[in-house]
Design a protein around this ligand. Structure first.
Ligand code: HEC
Length: 177
């Protein structure tokens, strides 16, 4: 059915060309606040996309990996299962390294140096191990000490958790296998 545009009053908004079933539409301008909101969301989307895809340093995947690694190491540490794999995993875990470093600074640095460079005790960063360099061997030396030398046994005063953390801190200075 054909229909024509209804007559227009002066001062009214213009009426759009099409008419359907006798119904015509005003051609109203969108309000400024509405347009500004639309443009702002477009600008925000572009800026956010650039930031999230191009400028952020770690991706979501990496952050998930880090959290999973932390949880796994924390679980191993809580279980008290300190084998080589567990100690290496702990040595790549920032929160455990940080805890181990605190113990190292207060308990070990006086003899082994602030940067593990040695002094009264041996260098712990050079990759040369007199009593064995496997994580469990290092852990045993730290826990039991070396009888007849200046290296005391720390297992009793630190307990297994802190002993493992300080070993993880030392291992963090060495490449993982
Ligand atoms: C009072 C000084 C002293 C303190 C404190 C001390 N150590 Fe030692 N440490 C030594 C000496 C001395 C040796 C060398 C033992 C020997 O002659 O075999 C040694 C050896 C070691 C070794 C063996 C290194 C190798 O080459 O096999 C490790 C590992 C070690 N210490 C870790 C630690 C840690 C971890 C702490 C802190 C919890 C610590 N030490 C605190 C004096 C100390």
């Amino acid at each position: 059915m054909s229909a024509s545009k209804p007559p227009q009053e002066p001062g009214e908004d213009p009426i759009r060309e099409h008419v359907f079933d006798g119904i015509a539409e005003y051609d109203k301008r969108l309000p400024n606040w509405w347009l500004m909101t639309l443009y702002a969301t477009i600008v925000f989307a572009i800026v956010y996309w650039m930031w999230s895809q191009h400028f952020r340093r770690d991706t979501d995947g990496q952050r998930v990996d880090n959290v999973v690694r932390e949880l796994r190491a924390a679980k191993l540490a809580a279980a008290g299962a300190f084998d080589d794999a567990a100690l290496w995993a702990m040595s790549r875990t920032p929160s455990i390294i940080a805890a181990g470093e605190v113990t190292y600074r207060s308990t070990c640095a006086s003899c082994h140096g602030a940067n593990l460079e040695g002094g009264i005790g041996f260098n712990l960063a050079d990759g040369q191990w007199v009593h064995g360099g496997a994580p469990v061997e290092i852990m045993r030396v730290v826990a039991d000490g070396v009888a007849g030398t200046g290296m005391p046994a720390w297992g009793g005063s630190l307990g297994p958790r802190k002993t493992a953390e300080v070993v993880a801190f030392i291992l963090s200075k060495h490449p993982a296998p």
